[in-house]
Design a protein around this ligand. Structure first.
Ligand SMILES: [Mn+2]
Length: 341
């Protein structure tokens, strides 16, 4: 893999950073480890340089990222819209991380889209469609955090990668690859991880804080949805799980509780494609898709759920009932039958 960033992009990023004082970082709604890691890493680097760096997220982030360096200072737009707007008004530069389209930042879409401020984008999703002064986009990269690492090195900011920055970047890489399971079959990523380990990251501490944090209810929710709500379509090498409003209520569903559930059916031998459907109160269903090998989860998400994403990890949403969302999925699986053989 070659993630060499064009020299003119690097000089533009260096110029924007050296000539400006105030930076506002944002990332996609329902922030995951990569969104959190890339945001907190860049904020920490900028602060070490004596700059002002704020992170404004479209909505809250899961509690299991609260241990991250600088996470407590993050501003949640949903809770503080006026303060968020004021930060974007006052900033010199906006840094967009880990998303390819402005609709991924929900309520911040207008604010960022209409802002005349200089913008830097770092992302690893296909189909990047954000206007910016400097863009770092490599859809083959494991994570935005991996790209941030390369960007920092290429800018000559390697000395700012302290333990905190390294822990943030490591978090994004391990969470976006399922602990170096998928999207990580190239040697370069291990060189990056090796360099982060050399910075003294607390590897077990990080894993313990991200993964070993189930509440009793979350574990029971997982058991219930696997036992009661999982369907297996062996002739299509496909399985799916649903989480309905009743499940959420019964097990006191908290943000992030279904994190990782979508991957569980992949453990079934011969499953190539799986889905997780989460029902919301407002009549929408969130759809997460995972695939193995040559099945295009992103194409399927585009075709049926107005979504997209990576080849093997994608998502979208369905407006309507949970049952209809599932029926749409099953119909789609029939249409894609040949690719699922
Ligand atoms: Mn990512």
């Amino acid at each position: 893999m070659d993630f060499t960033i064009a020299p003119q992009v690097i000089s533009k990023i260096k110029q924007l950073i050296s000539e400006n004082q105030s930076f506002t970082i944002t990332t996609h709604h329902n922030s995951d480890g990569d969104a959190m890691g890339s945001s907190t890493a860049i904020a920490e680097v900028l602060r070490q340089m004596g700059k002002t760096a704020n992170i404004v997220l479209p909505n809250d982030y899961p509690a299991f990222f609260r241990w991250m360096n600088g996470a407590k200072e993050i501003i949640n737009y949903e809770r503080k819209p006026k303060e968020s707007q004021a930060i974007f008004n006052a900033t010199d530069v906006i840094i967009c991380l880990d998303f390819n389209q402005l609709n991924r930042i929900d309520g911040l879409e207008q604010i960022v889209g209409q802002s005349p401020k200089a913008k830097i984008v770092v992302d690893h999703h296909l189909g990047l469609n954000i206007e910016a002064d400097a863009i770092v986009s490599f859809p083959d990269a494991s994570s935005t955090c991996e790209l941030v690492y390369h960007m920092l090195q290429a800018c000559g900011y390697g000395q700012y990668i302290n333990r905190n920055v390294a822990e943030s970047l490591y978090t994004g890489i391990v969470t976006d690859t399922g602990r170096l399971d998928y999207a990580s079959s190239y040697s370069d990523i291990y060189m990056v991880v090796g360099n982060l380990v050399e910075k003294g990251i607390r590897k077990f501490f990080i894993h313990d804080n991200i993964y070993n944090v189930y509440t009793y209810n979350r574990m029971r929710l997982q058991a219930a949805v696997l036992h009661e709500n999982m369907c297996f379509l062996p002739e299509f090498h496909t399985a799916y799980i649903t989480i309905n409003q009743k499940n959420k209520k019964q097990y006191d569903f908290q943000l992030g509780d279904s994190e990782g559930f979508v991957n569980i059916p992949m453990v079934i031998k011969d499953v190539k494609f799986c889905a997780l459907f989460t029902e919301y109160e407002n009549g929408t269903v969130k759809v997460s898709l995972r695939s193995k090998g040559k099945f295009p989860a992103n194409k399927f998400a585009e075709d049926y759920f107005a979504g997209g994403g990576h080849f093997n990890a994608a998502g979208g949403k369905y407006i309507g009932s949970l049952a209809d969302a599932v029926q749409t999925f099953v119909n789609g699986v029939h249409t894609y039958k040949e690719l699922l053989q």
